[in-house]
Design a protein around this ligand. Sequence first.
Ligand code: UD1
Length: 422
Amino acid sequence: MDRILVKGNGALSGEIPISGAKNACLTLMPATLLSDEPLTLTNAPRLSDIATMTELLQSLGCEVTSLQAGQVQAMSSHDLNNHKADYDIVRKMRASNLVLGPMIARLGHAVVSLPGGCAIGARPMDIHIHGLEALGAQIELKEGYLHAKAPSGLKGAVVDFPFASVGATENIMMAATLAKGTTVLKNAAREPEIVDLADCLRKMGAQIEGDGTSEITIQGVDSLHGATHPVVSDRIELGTYMLAPVIAGGEVECLGGKLSLVQSFANKLEEAGVEVTETARGLKVKRTTDRVKSVDVVTEPFPGFPTDLQAQMMALMCTAEGESVLEEKIFENRFMHAPELTRMGAEIEVQGGTATVKGVARLKGAPVMATDLRASVSLILAGLAAEGETVVSRVYHLDRGYEHVVRKLSGIGANIERISGE
Ligand code: UD1
């Protein structure tokens, strides 16, 4: 298995291009299932999660053609010939559940494997299921698969989400575009990826208002047509690379970044003593002091601090001046990077959903293991400023969500390389 070797190499400088958002692309791709005309996405990121979604859509009978070295995904769901999303693909990626809403809306039935380790009514699909049931779908769990049908079509309804789930908002919003009448989603998620999906659906002829607020109204239409849509910039990749010059020192411009995508995160960086400036081309980030100040972080749904940047922020806090408290409110078990950072000399105490980090002057390189996507990149960030060598193993996690990470970080002066495994 491949590993990544990072050596602390002093200050970083230069430009780093930000790719299209993984999470937006993963929800835009299933939107193709809503129409029998082609949907083309531009600015798509080249990632293994996108390959998994491609495999899933192809298994349903969609044509997916990757053009311009994967930056363009041209899709057609003219000849859907399968309504079953198989466990073997779904188990690889939770976002696979985003085919459920579009398939019931277009075909009137769908069979989708649960992503594993959960029973009906419990996490992580209960909010999706209740939302689709409110629109008239009948859903049963049989042998690990959700069997959903809506023999007389979906009907618009008011859906009040108990929690602003990103995936449930996306699934129900897509389903409602083809339902009869009006659907109102209350306590909807407000993430930029939801606004991007709504923009794409509007290009396909959907009638949607209020995306980006907690109340979204969808007026169902008879059919959707083809469209071409550019995927929004990846705010998590942006936040990750904004941290590189903060951790290692220096000044970097993240091309294609916008403050509106990462406002709460940028506020925390400014509180820690970092300069963040919006330019015509992106976001410029500069560390102005020797060590940043510790800040406290609570993860929340957008526009709050993103859970997907918590691990990376923890890497920064490991060498900040003072003590920082990071509270994880979205996922229960999301501190798996803490013991790995501790191996590099960090002082972290985890209790339930709270991690307390006492900043140390410098981390020391060590062999560490990636446990999930964002955890893996936090270890690379930590390695950028550590003394000596850090070797991160299990980098397949990283390939799920970071395009050309070695090339991008080398481009701003980092000493980083990928070592092929046997
Ligand atoms: C999306 C993102 C993920 C991000 C997360 C939170 C994609 C592909 N993934 O995931 O990177 O970390 O938003 O910003 O866009 N929950 C339930 N029942 C449900 C659905 C969710 O209990 O039916 C719980 C989940 O277990 C979790 C929380 O709600 O604890 C947040 O989940 P949700 O907002 O749905 O995240 P995802 O859409 O899965």
